[in-house]
Design a protein around this ligand. Sequence first.
Ligand code: WQD
Length: 357
Amino acid sequence: QPLPPLLKMHILVTGAAGFIGSHTVLELLNAGYTVLCIDNFANAISVTDEHGNAISLKRVAEITGKPVPFENVDVCDEAALEKVFSSNKFDGVIHLAALKAVGESVAKPLQYYSNNLVASLNLIQMCLKYNVKNFVFSSSATVYGPPAELPITEKSPTGQGITNPYGQTKYMMEQILIDVGKANPEWNVILLRYFNPVGAHKSGLIGEDPKGIPNNLMPYVSQVAIGKLPVLTIYGDQFDTVDGTGVRDYIHVVDLAKGHVKAFDRIKAVGSVGTEIYNLGTGVGYSVRQMVDALKKVSGRDIPVKIGVPRPGDVASVYCDPSLAHEKLGWRAENGLEEMCADLWNWQTKNPQGFSN
Ligand code: WQD
């Protein structure tokens, strides 16, 4: 339905300098929102210039031609967060800041629980204090645990069998936000459950720049393709899937970013939505081998693989039914596997060393 006249909304984006953050800031700006970006660079290395500015966000400014105000703030630092809220008037928050390495969270549970939960509780406190009532949260398919059914819908059970502290923090944050939403009926809370984000903005100026050895599949595959890593280890090829390798619902990061804009568009259009939950995926699952072959095709490079043992907790297939987001947000993923791989490869070849080129 037609949107009301474009009322300007000023959004605080936490974790803004990261892979999802930088793409989300770009789409917010393109949609006429204004932003304040904060990040503490915990999850990335050498991504600031000599003035301490986030290179990813400088590039967003270059691409959009719009200002991208940024402050180096740790959401766990209450005093710093208070300063941000007392010197800005926000209409909403998109909370992306979190530690997100599954394996690392198993080794360092306390770091994950304290960082991810304390940051979020600080942020919610500030929103209550400064009357910021629109909260969009970066959640994850990991809250479903091993899927009880496929495709996964927003009604599928959550919280069972989550095998890592990272996933637990996402699940706990959902519960906290649902309860805060119940206690504050004037709040709008939208939980966005990401499936597997891949790809990069078409310009090739921003993209995923994992610190160290990539944990996730596609940054690893593209580093093998470009020769930065020698071989991809496929974690198991005996799963009950099309070719024995794990199947996931990969979604182009630009589509994912646009989902955040649609969430705020809905809040603007409807006014009061209460608490809503959406899967952001394509609804199509691809196996590891299919992803490797797709990048081979796009890059023309060989991608050596070897078979390793399954990671503890890895399941055969995860993919969603994204129809609720289409119905209520008017959103759907527009990029397919070809675009995901072409845009990933474009970023990789233009930035062989990521932002620290
Ligand atoms: C994808 C597939 C692996 C690497 C996790 C989090 C989720 C989200 C994305 C956090 C699986 C296989 C991977 C490799 C491989 N958020 N694989 N070799 O596990 O689906 O989801 O990351 O960032 O919350 O749970 O993503 O990219 O790790 O794995 O064979 O070197 O690729 O077994 O089948 P996952 P992934």
